[in-house]
Design a protein around this ligand. Structure first.
Ligand SMILES: *Cc1c(COP(=O)(O)O)cnc(C)c1O
Length: 369
């Protein structure tokens, strides 16, 4: 008998739709009559070319990306692109960063290896509990090759409620933990990229969507490693070398699943409903509270705490007993975090909300004795 599958609130690698896992299982030994597993086939085979082409086409439909955009499936995670961004785009040697959390800070520090990476706004002084004020970003953007944001801060549970205005300067966004969780107004961006393992597939693939005009002449810096040359990767169809064949295939199954669910607008409606249920429970609780400022709250990663490590540990053990996993906060911040990615159902969010309610009432009862 199958061990019960857990309610998976992991931040990444994270929950995948059951249907996707079942399709992968059915096709594992013999992919659509080819006589091979996707794990075994050449990336240069016609069968694999069809898989990667269909995966890219599906992603383009979901996001509304036309031929002005190159879509790349690369390895090295979002982290390698912290370097890929300046190496490809730092033409005059100055870039502006909005530092709204750990990953934005890492990206800003990485860019400093290649040029001036200016901090245009930061919420470090308040422990990254909010998106910083974007006042002044537009004026500073004029002297920058690009403005960089991490649009959803996975660790701190914050999301930009509006994008910074940056005039003609391209906006570069790490959208890893909200990618395909809602529609994006792609006209506002120059580069959109995401590690797949949060909401778009298994670990090992980073999706980079870049406006071709930004990389037409090749990378900004001659030192750019060949692998990170976006213009070359676009010409080679993400196959300058062997891509993560199985990861791309799995992401393609996720993209198809999202299309069957009604696309990104449907995903956003579901995700916002799930987040609402959990935030409502937190706002009503006398014991647990959300850690992000209300107007910066993420609809994907909900961070919360009781305020004491002992009570947090108690909550986590109650959650484990209720077959919930992945709720421990990131090691940098402690507390709890519920990642409510596309594959997490409304019913699962409701179970979590019920647990938050129950924890509040048992704790209050215990105190009054
Ligand atoms: C997880 C995460 C990263 C790091 O991704 P890797 O694929 O592990 O390199 C970067 N940015 C954001 C927003 C993330 O959530």
């Amino acid at each position: 008998m199958e061990t019960q599958r857990l309610h998976n609130f992991n931040a990444g690698p994270a929950a995948l739709p059951r249907e996707v896992l079942e399709t992968a299982q059915q096709e594992l030994l013999n992919y659509q009559g080819t006589g091979l597993s996707v794990l075994e086939m050449s990336h240069r085979s016609a069968a694999y070319q069809e898989i990667i082409d269909a995966t890219e086409a599906s992603l383009r439909r979901l996001l509304g990306l036309d031929e002005r955009w190159a879509v790349l499936f690369l390895q090295g995670g979002a982290t390698l692109e912290f370097a890929g961004v300046p190496l490809n785009l730092m033409r005059t040697g100055r870039a502006g960063y909005v530092v709204s959390g750990h990953f934005a800070q890492k990206a800003q520090e990485e860019a400093a290896r290649y040029g001036k990476s200016l901090v245009l706004a930061s919420s470090e002084s308040t422990g990254f509990d909010r998106i910083p004020s974007l006042e002044g970003v537009e004026a500073a953007a004029a002297g920058c090759d690009y403005v960089y944001i991490c649009q959803n801060n996975t660790i701190f549970g914050t999301t930009f409620s509006e994008l910074p205005a940056c005039g003609d300067t391209p906006l570069v966004a790490d959208v890893s933990s909200m990618f395909l969780g809602c529609p994006l107004d792609v006209e506002r961006y120059g580069v959109i990229y995401a590690g797949a393992q949060k909401n778009a597939g298994p670990a090992g693939t980073c999706v980079v969507c870049v406006r071709r005009e930004l990389v037409e002449g090749g990378p900004a810096l001659a030192a750019c490693p060949t692998y990170l040359n976006w213009e070359l990767e676009a010409r080679k169809g993400s196959m300058y070398n062997t891509p993560n064949t199985f990861g791309i295939y799995m992401s393609g199954l996720v993209f198809d699943w999202i299309e069957r669910q009604g696309g990104l607008a449907a995903m956003e409606a579901r995700n916002r409903a799930k987040a609402q249920v959990v935030y409502d429970a937190l706002d009503a609780s006398d014991v647990l509270h959300g850690t992000a400022e209300k107007c910066s709250r993420s609809f994907m990663n909900v961070t919360f705490t009781s305020g004491t490590p002992e009570l947090d540990a108690e909550f986590l053990s109650m959650a484990a007993a209720a077959h919930m996993t992945g709720l421990k906060g990131h090691r940098l911040v402690g507390g709890m975090r519920a990642s409510l990615y596309n594959a997490v159902t409304l019913e699962e969010a409701q179970l979590l909300a019920a647990l938050i309610d129950e924890f509040g009432s048992t704790h209050t009862r215990a105190e009054s004795h």
